[in-house]
Each structure stands twice: as C-alpha cells, then as structure tokens.
Design a protein around this ligand. Structure first.
Ligand SMILES: [Zn+2]
Ligand SMILES: [Zn+2]
Length: 108
C-alpha cells in the first residue's frame, strides 16, 4: 500500500514537471538551462553561434534568451569601446613617441 502511494506521488510529480511553464496544457520536452523552467516546443529558444547555426543542445526560454542577447550586445559594445580605447592609447603613445623622435632629430 505504501509503495503504491509513493508510486502515485511520483507519477503526479512527473506529470506536473513535464508541462510547459507558460502553457500548462502543453507537454514540455526540454527546459531552460538558465532558469530551469520546462518548455514546450514553441517556447524553446535557441542561441545562434557566430556561423548562424542554432545551438540545439542549449535551450532557453524567451525571457532568458532575450536577456542573453541583450548581454551579448552590451558585451559587444563594451568590447568595441575597449578596443577603441586601446587603439586610441596606442595611437597617442605612438604620436607622443614620434614627437619625441622629431625633437631628437631637431636637437641633432
Ligand atoms: Zn529561462
Ligand atoms: Zn509553451
């Protein structure tokens, strides 16, 4: 009797787990790797890598995929700003060095 109850609880628990978080009437096949919400086919979002191919083994919900895309854009912009800053510093350094070299040339 006890075993039977445990089994029933397990089944109920599983039934609850495999429905989509956003669509309770739909079956979930995968879950978001970030927030671990179970998702139906429609709710499963994939990130595309640089070559444009979807990374099918990594599933996100629409909310997490948006957050990640936003973070990617911000990181991209930060990277660009960092790159520009480095370029500017190198250029300034190079110009300063050239100026010194010019002065040295005049001194001779
Ligand atoms: Zn998520
Ligand atoms: Zn869904």
């Amino acid at each position: 009797m006890e075993i039977f109850i445990n089994l029933k609880v397990t089944i109920n628990y599983r039934m609850e787990q495999i429905t989509c978080f956003f669509h309770p009437n739909r079956d979930a096949t995968k879950k978001c790797i970030k927030c671990e919400k179970y998702l139906c086919l429609e709710c499963q979002k994939f990130l595309r890598n640089i070559s444009g191919r979807a990374m099918s083994d990594v599933v996100f919900c629409s909310k997490c995929v948006k957050a990640i895309r936003k973070r990617r854009i911000i990181l991209g912009l930060v990277g660009l700003a960092f790159g520009i800053t480095i370029m500017y510093l190198i250029l300034t350094f190079a110009l300063n060095k050239m100026e010194i070299d010019f002065k040295d040339l005049f001194q001779i």
